[in-house]
Design a protein around this ligand. Structure first.
Ligand code: OXD
Ligand code: MN
Length: 606
């Protein structure tokens, strides 16, 4: 194909005549030198062909097709099993624009350095052109991206995670003012060597270059790279919010719908919360999933905040997922799902630590080796994943595809905290809510660091995903208040508080009780108790009927201890300072005011 000819699909129909796209693909092909270029149309035939090829090449292994129709297993290179924050760069003209929380590289240097790696990286390979939409097709909130990749695994995953193929090319169009408005993503697995692995973002160019990895978070460029890092930058410049938040709808027995968005750092149960099933006591209540990881939120003409989920599937962590923790996820992954780095049972089923039922006596582990229940190693990698279509979710909201999004009445921030943070607390106002987000922290787990209980600040759960200066990002949130005349109420939750080493709150479906208070607060119809830090439920406000735990335990879970809070708020000082000159003064003043109020309440000088 020459650089100016229009690509066609398998039946010879022209896919696009967009001159910007055709030119860019030709330029990137000149750099990476693939043997073949294949333009993806997103059709069922194409999926079948690519899947067969992936099986032939041992990129995918068919699972038991009676038990798990359309499901396949992929084993990644063992050196390539997670996002690589240390190799992820924000490439802005100045270091300040990326801010102190991001790795920075000068764009010229990055293009030159990573360009050398891309030079000839696709020799002997096929370059797949993967056009995709983040967000519902045709929505003015959505963005088009095109990923060029030499990985069939990426193509098949992008097919699940996004609206992929002709639909995206149609949305982009061939001519007109927006025909050059697409994210340019280039990916090559290269030799999958961590020494030659870089995930570079160029926000000003709406461009992503990812090389040397095949792992989802590094290579499914629509997800963390476009929807969050580039998305947050676009959100700042265009006046909207790209957030690491699930979106769910709470339906009352009377049919009243309330939508909630919630940000939790990794390993805090976001997917479980997004797919929660209310306990028996909440007969007639329903939870509908709109999204489990990312929310793009815009202000509507009515001054409310509207959210769309830019994704079309779930890239969820497998270990710990079971019929007990998340029955809807288990139903979702029964068909047309790609599993990565899980274990395989002798009858071609999948297994991971924390799945229901007895531990199988023997499986093939995530590296492809025989494993028995006596093995000291884990059978599935702790970050093993399922990639499953959203449409498989039995409780997928019928508005998940709505081009206008859903109106958000409450925003929740949550972390994993053994002490200090109560079960639930409502911010007094927008600033107080932004302060909750800015100071969000979560305890590292033993599996992750070897040190238990160290609080890592993860503002808005965006620390690894904010594509620009974090202080400026806080400022953007503060500024959004002027546009949102009917703002959602903002809450902080903590399902993980402990006493004597034991969790005080049962979590999972029982979180519905907290969610109900949040919905009722958002709708101004339930009481609350004012504290120095926010509103908490008064005795009797939380519906605890049918909950089989002593009420004192709930009191402990909701308690506010001023000494603990003093230490907590003091600790924010260092953190705020570390964010540098862009840190909004209003948040530091709020911190100081809180310290003064704690003093005053304790009887000091305030
Ligand atoms: C994810 C993450 O994979 O947050 O969603 O790491
Ligand atoms: Mn995430």
């Amino acid at each position: 194909m020459t650089s100016s000819s229009s690509p066609v699909d398998a039946s010879g129909k022209v896919l696009t005549s967009n001159p910007h796209l055709i030119k860019w693909v030709a330029e990137m092909a000149a750099l990476t030198k693939p043997d073949r270029i294949v333009w993806c149309d997103g059709s069922a035939d194409e999926k079948k062909k690519l899947t067969e090829e992936a099986v032939e090449l041992k990129i995918l292994e068919p699972l038991n097709q009676d038990k798990l129709p359309g499901c396949y297993l992929h084993r990644s290179n063992p050196n390539d099993v997670a996002r690589v924050e240390n190799l992820t760069f924000i490439c802005t003209p100045t270091k300040d624009e990326a801010g102190p929380t991001n790795n920075w590289m000068d764009p010229k240097e990055a293009y030159a350095k990573v360009g050398k790696l891309f030079d000839g990286s696709m020799k002997g390979r096929t370059m797949y052109v993967v056009p995709y939409i983040m967000g519902p097709a045709g929505s003015k909130l959505s963005k088009v991206g095109v990923e060029l990749t030499d990985s069939i695994y990426v193509v098949l995953n992008q097919r699940i995670m996004t609206r992929m193929g002709r639909v995206a090319l149609d949305m982009l169009g061939d001519t007109g003012p927006h025909s050059n408005d697409f994210n340019r993503g280039l990916h090559s697995t290269l030799d999958c060597n961590p020494e030659r692995r870089f995930i570079c973002h160029f926000p000003q160019d709406n461009t992503i270059w990812s090389v040397g990895s095949g792992y989802g978070g590094n290579v499914l460029l629509g997800k963390k790279c476009l929807a969050l890092r580039i998305g947050s930058y676009l959100g700042k410049t265009e006046g909207w919010l790209a957030e690491h938040m699930l979106i769910l709808g709470v339906e009352s027995p009377e049919g009243e719908m309330t939508y909630v968005a919630a940000a939790f750092p990794s390993a805090c149960g976001k997917t479980n919360f997004a797919m929660m099933i209310p306990p028996k006591r909440f007969k007639g209540w329903k939870i509908w999933t709109v999204g489990d990881d990312i929310a793009w939120m815009h202000v509507g003409d009515d001054g409310r905040l509207y959210a769309v989920n830019p994704e079309n599937g779930y890239f969820g962590v497998a270990p710990g997922t079971s019929y007990e923790s998340n029955p809807n996820a288990m139903k979702t992954i029964m068909k047309d799902t790609i599993f990565t780095n899980v274990a395989r049972t002798p009858d071609g089923d999948v297994w991971w630590e924390g799945k229901d039922g007895p531990v199988p006596p023997e499986v093939i582990d995530w590296k492809g080796n025989p494993w028995t229940s006596k093995s000291p190693e884990k059978a599935a990698h702790p970050n093993s994943r399922f990639t499953a279509p959203a449409k498989n979710n039995p409780w997928l909201s019928k508005f998940a595809d709505d081009p206008d999004g859903v109106p958000i009445s409450a925003i929740i921030f949550g972390g994993r905290r053994a002490t200090t943070v109560p079960l639930v607390m409502q911010a007094f106002n927008w600033l107080n809510g932004v302060f909750f987000g800015a100071t969000l922290g979560s305890e590292t787990t033993a599996a992750a660091t070897g040190k238990v209980g160290v609080v890592r600040r993860d503002p808005f759960a965006m620390l690894p995903f904010c594509g620009y200066n974090m202080g400026e990002y806080f400022q953007h949130w503060l500024k959004m208040q002027s546009k949102i005349t009917h703002p959602p109420k903002i809450f902080l939750v903590n399902w993980f508080r402990k006493k004597d080493g034991k969790f005080l709150w049962p979590g999972f479906g029982e979180n519905m009780r907290v969610l109900k208070w949040i919905v009722d607060r958002a709708r101004l119809r339930v009481g609350g108790q004012e504290t120095v830090f926010g509103w908490v439920p008064k005795a009797g406000d939380l519906d605890l009927s049918g909950l089989n735990i002593p009420h004192e335990q709930v009191d402990d879970a909701t308690n506010i201890d001023l000494d603990e809070w003093q230490t907590e708020v003091e600790s924010y000082g260092e953190f705020f300072k570390s964010l540098g000159a862009e840190m909004p003064r209003a948040l530091e003043l709020h911190r100081e005011l809180l310290l003064a109020r704690i003093e005053a309440v304790k009887g000091g000088h305030g």
